[in-house]
Design a protein around this ligand. Structure first.
Ligand code: ZN
Length: 82
């Protein structure tokens, strides 16, 4: 398989906010989804981001309260058990 324009993890991270807000261009969206599907690290990262949004009600980038952080840590710690 030889994708022409594969995203790097760095690029994915930069796009993930738009990805989660459904604000990506179709081309970027497709490349993001392809990268996520092929990259375990970014699959976990994306899941983390989604959990963060569920817990905090907003995209991270500002402050996360200590309480929300605690909840997040609990959510994240649950992953390794499966
Ligand atoms: Zn990646």
């Amino acid at each position: 398989m030889s994708a022409v324009e594969e995203l790097s993890c760095q690029e994915l991270v930069e796009l993930v906010t738009d990805y989660l807000e459904h604000a990506l261009e179709p081309g970027d969206l497709r490349r993001s989804e392809e990268h996520i599907a092929a990259c375990g690290k970014c699959t976990v990262y994306l899941r983390q981001m989604r959990q963060t949004i569920m817990v905090t009600g907003a995209l991270p980038g500002g402050e996360i309260s200590a309480e929300a952080e605690q909840q997040l840590l609990q959510v994240f710690s649950g992953w390794s058990s499966t």
